[in-house]
Design a protein around this ligand. Structure first.
Ligand code: UDP
Ligand code: MG
Length: 341
């Protein structure tokens, strides 16, 4: 179906075609401009749309302003989480609440240009299930951030079993089919970029220039980014866990050869004074390796523990603009992925 017809169809029914999902944590200064830009793009698209805003435990007046915007434009819907759960979880909540035939997660700081949604939707209408926006440039980010981000993508793409597209954030369009699959994924450690890639389907990328944050500052310091990277790696590959078996194998092979060498030498030359230094080096090296290995096992074990606790992913305090509240995974209240009236 061509775009114009599709749009006309969409305007007739009461089903939402396009859900924009925005996770927000202390984004008060960006709200006006965000909605101005989003709404101008969305109205020009002539689709029935909704903007699902997830307030991720903001400490400023983000929630209050969101509710005001909801009263001004009922297409702006608000999910307020009980505390700060982090971006990935906030995004999950938003995706759970979104009812559109396509879902587009977008950052509130306008680093992802809303104007690009037009292009994403165009590609979707061509029949793609996932249209992701790849950054051509990263403006307003330090060389260290760019360098570490590049290194991360290089490492994860070389050891992960699913190809995770480089320089691609969460800004993308997901068809309802893909959204339903994402909603069925129960894991706690939600490395969204990886999950999006893992599902497969017909994917295509479009490139854009990432602009600097509009107002406020990033919530991602290097420690958070590091943890994010560890999350990503542990949830998409077992290589760090498995590698130690091989390292141990190689080391014991060397140890065996060395022992044979020592035995032969003792047999031929008799007992020589053993070297303290070499003993120390070997002991320290092996001790270090063992601790490192234990640490890596710990990383995985900790995550297994998190998973088996099976706590809800997020807690919703209030929502505005939805027909009924529903609990995640409460299938009885879900009709076709949407909330029952
Ligand atoms: N965010 C969130 N919860 C958090 C941290 C961030 O919902 O705990 C939101 C934030 O409001 C923004 C998006 O996630 O809409 C991206 O955050 P940020 O700009 O700080 O990340 P960066 O662009 O530096 O990766
Ligand atoms: Mg940002």
């Amino acid at each position: 179906m061509d775009t114009v017809n599709q749009a006309a169809e969409d305007l007739k029914g009461d089903t939402v075609s396009l859900s924009i999902v925005v996770p927000l944590h202390n984004e008060e200064p960006n709200l006006e401009y965000l909605f101005a830009r989003l709404e101008s793009v969305l109205t020009s698209l002539k689709l029935r749309y909704e903007i699902v805003c997830v307030d991720d435990g903001s400490k400023d007046n983000t929630l209050m302003y969101l509710i005001q915007h909801h009263h001004r434009n009922p297409a702006i819907k608000v999910v307020s989480l009980s505390r700060n759960f982090g971006k990935e979880i906030a995004l999950t909540a938003g995706i759970d609440y979104a009812s559109g035939a396509a879902v587009v997660p977008i950052d509130a700081d306008l680093q992802d240009p809303p104007e690009l949604i037009k292009e994403l939707v165009g590609r979707w209408h061509e029949g793609f299930d996932v249209v992701y926006a790849t950054r051509r440039s990263r403006q307003g980010e330090s060389w260290l951030k760019r360098f570490t981000a590049n290194a991360f993508y290089r490492v994860i793409s070389s050891i992960s079993s699913v190809p995770i597209p480089r320089n691609t954030g969460d800004f993308r369009l997901l068809d309802r089919r893909v959204v339903e699959i994402l909603k069925r994924m129960p894991e706690r450690t939600r490395f969204m970029k990886g999950l999006f890639a893992w599902v497969g389907f017909h994917q295509i990328s479009i490139v854009y220039d990432r602009s600097p944050r509009y107002k406020g500052k990033t919530k991602w310091n290097y420690w958070r980014l590091w943890n994010f990277a560890v999350d990503g790696i542990t949830s998409f590959t077992l290589v760090p866990l498995k590698i130690w078996g091989y390292v141990g194998l190689v080391l014991s092979l060397f140890a065996f050869l060395y022992a044979a060498f020592l035995m032969i030498r003792t047999l031929i030359f008799g007992i020589v004074v053993p070297g303290y230094a070499s003993l120390m080096v070997v002991t320290l090296f092996l001790g270090g390796m063992q601790l490192l290995t234990l640490g890596i096992i710990g990383e995985y074990l900790g995550r297994v523990y998190e998973e088996v606790k099976r706590r809800p992913l997020y807690l919703v305090r209030d929502c505005y603009g939805f027909a009924t509240n529903y609990q995640r995974n409460d299938q009885s209240k879900l009709v076709d992925g949407r909330t029952a009236k």
